[in-house]
Design a protein around this ligand. Sequence first.
Ligand code: AMP
Length: 396
Amino acid sequence: MSKFQETNFRGKKALIRVDFNVPLDENYNITDDTRMRATIPTIKKILSDGGSVILMSHLGRPKEGPTEKYSLKHLVKHLSELLGTDVQFANDCIGEEAVQKAASLKEGQVLLLENLRFYKQEEKGDKEFAEKLSKLGDVYVNDAFGTAHRAHASTAVIAQFFSPENRMFGLVMEGEVASAEKVLHGSEKPFTAIIGGAKVSDKILIIENLLERATDIIIGGGMAYTFFKAMGGQVGNSLVEQDRLETAKELMSKADAKGVCIHLPSDSVIADKFAADADVSSSLSNTIPDGWMGLDIGSMACDTFTKVIHNSKTILWNGPMGVFEMDKFQHGTKAIAKAVAEATENGAFSLVGGGDSVAAVNQFGFADRVSYVSTGGGAMLEYFEGKELPGIAAVK
Ligand code: AMP
């Protein structure tokens, strides 16, 4: 059992850093409550032990202090419904009202604090601000994996004001860390990493770290064309990062030296413009005619990648295979989602992490058919780059 599960919160006030940074529409309705729902088991465990809960989070990127648009009060009603109990709200995350409301919380009660980022001190990692927050609870629980890569006041700095036995990760954080660890350090081979998305420059560090661990690396999406260009291919108007051609070459020779197999998409779906109504054709990825651009992996690539994925025991997927937001260019990403789901059904462990691939598995209905879908985009990416995340280090 983990520290969180072993702890009895009876009579304790747990100050939980959650990630309630959810999208809201113009009427302040929550359009995707995934992050809120993820934290419910952590909150319920504390309440059922006989503890009380103080929740703190950021929402959006308020620049000018308190702003209606970014107020966490818009979340109270939905949170109350999810928890089946009335949630109280403090109009400020520190100060008299927050102190009073936190102090008078009774067993089984929940208090949500106003947006932490209404104070610049939050993102600056201000020690005094962190100390003020820390006074609100007896125990600090970090359950915000999505911000674990930031050394902010509420995510990292605050931990020092609690003794080691009174600071811990919540269930979301534990789940994220356990599955990332399973992939990075306990992975059964063959271990295939599928890396897609727009740019090589965003993914260099993750590829370098995975070269130490993976047996196969599948590269798709816009970034593949920088690799083809680096090898002397013709990629037409496809996305190419000219200043990363050398990097692409280096990554390929490192992979070669380490015996890691890099799979590039042999063919592509090509388009005459970057638009949903573009004319579409197909081509080998290294002979794309001028005036055309690769916007998805082609059918041969789908077949080859599917075979590699089916043969894997561990799979990490970050980044889409094409411009999946447009119907004409989503086939490749769908095919890969299907292959990952099938491999999982056959016993592989699969983790999907990083913004757009998570959006894709949700959109295409495969989220329940993979082993783990990470809620932390940037944080998961940094984890796989091999960095120690400040939010994790501080609690440890
Ligand atoms: P990232 O955030 O780096 O994972 O990139 C995700 C974005 O890459 C998505 O918005 C995709 O539309 C885009 N993308 C994927 N494939 C391509 C491509 N072949 N050309 C241009 N953009 C792409």
